[in-house]
Design a protein around this ligand. Structure first.
Ligand SMILES: NC(=O)c1ccc[n+]([C@@H]2O[C@H](COP(=O)([O-])OP(=O)(O)OC[C@H]3O[C@@H](n4cnc5c(N)ncnc54)[C@H](OP(=O)(O)O)[C@@H]3O)[C@@H](O)[C@H]2O)c1
Length: 286
């Protein structure tokens, strides 16, 4: 009989891809959007998980408004931390395995090189603190939680939302006819959601647990990433490098938050596709 998987945040960029990937691999998938199940409702989380009795719970739900979180840190904590506790508590009761997703923003960027799983977190914002607290809650209640830290996620589901993702924002700005300024002194590992979903399924198939970095591969500045996007899209807007100093946001962000997928590589999980290839795949689906 196929294993049952419950996905929270199933209409998000990653949630949609997890649904598709796990279905393709023969799991019985039950996805819950925010309107079907708000993960901050502990009683509802308990009721739904107990009724479904899944082998695996994939929590792709998250409060991702990094700047807004500075004004409402409690909202971020409720979704990214306390709700993870609710889920973990019920997973423990049911002997269900939890897969939880976290962020490169748990780091402060001071290392200036890609972060590995053993590096010490030092979050710089309300969002980042809430995500680190979510990791801790998952690990507090469960010995075998699988936690994947990722970075700058972009997937087809980002096309339909107001927030979009970095590629959608760039393409929108590219049509404006105005010069586009993008920071050249912030580096990350933009991650293609379908590739992340496939690596997640690989890890689940191996019964993996513990902390894994799952960023998009080679570190890249946001300016360089924008250049790659426009090149792949065949567009040539006026793109100007800008800097942290010119682009101060309410939330502090790590200047260098690229992730080295050291543990996945050591365990023979396929590397992420090269960034240019992932951008082309993303654009091909538009
Ligand atoms: N996006 C990034 O750049 C990025 C970077 C690093 C790490 N991550 C992490 O990667 C994971 C996947 O991110 P993503 O890009 O797929 O995010 P996303 O597209 O914003 O999806 C998150 C989903 O969670 C849902 N959600 C929010 N609050 C909820 C609640 N209280 N109950 C149930 N569902 C709720 C959202 O629903 P609504 O749309 O209705 O709000 C949305 O469908 C998250 O853990 C995120 O923190 C993302």
């Amino acid at each position: 009989m196929s294993q049952k998987v419950v996905i929270f945040g199933s209409s998000g960029q990653l949630g949609v891809e997890l649904g598709a990937e796990f279905t393709r691999r023969g799991y019985a998938v039950r996805g819950f959007t925010r309107s079907a199940l708000n993960i901050t409702d502990a009683a509802e989380v308990d009721r739904v998980l107990t009724a479904e009795d899944p082998a695996w719970v994939l929590n792709a739900a998250a409060y991702n408004h990094v700047d807004v979180a500075e004004k409402e840190p409690l909202a971020a904590l409720q979704v990214n931390a306390l709700a993870v506790r609710n889920i973990a508590v019920t997973c423990r009761q049911l002997d269900a395995r939890l897969v939880h997703f976290s962020t490169d923003y748990v780091f402060d960027g001071a290392a200036g090189r890609p972060y590995r799983e053993g590096d010490t977190p030092h979050p710089l914002s309300a969002y980042a603190v809430s995500k680190l607290a979510g990791e801790l809650y998952a690990q507090a209640y469960l010995d075998h939680a699988l936690i994947l830290r990722t970075s700058g996620v972009y997937g087809p589901a980002g096309r339909g939302t107001a927030r979009g993702n970095f590629i959608e924002v760039m393409l929108r700005l590219g049509q404006s006819g105005q010069p586009i300024r993008v920071v050249e002194d912030h580096f990350a590992s933009p991650t293609y959601a379908p590739a992340l979903a496939a690596r997640t399924a690989d890890l689940v198939a191996r019964n993996a647990h513990g902390l894994y970095h799952a960023g998009g591969g080679a570190p890249v500045s946001w300016f360089e990433f924008a250049r790659m996007i426009f090149r792949a899209a065949g567009l040539a807007p006026e793109l100007r490098p800008s800097s942290e100093r010119e682009y101060r946001t309410p939330a502090r962000r790590p200047i260098y938050s690229a992730l080295e997928n050291a543990r996945m590589a050591a365990e023979g999980i396929a590397p992420m596709p090269p960034i240019e290839e992932a951008i082309v795949a993303y654009l091909a689906g538009r």
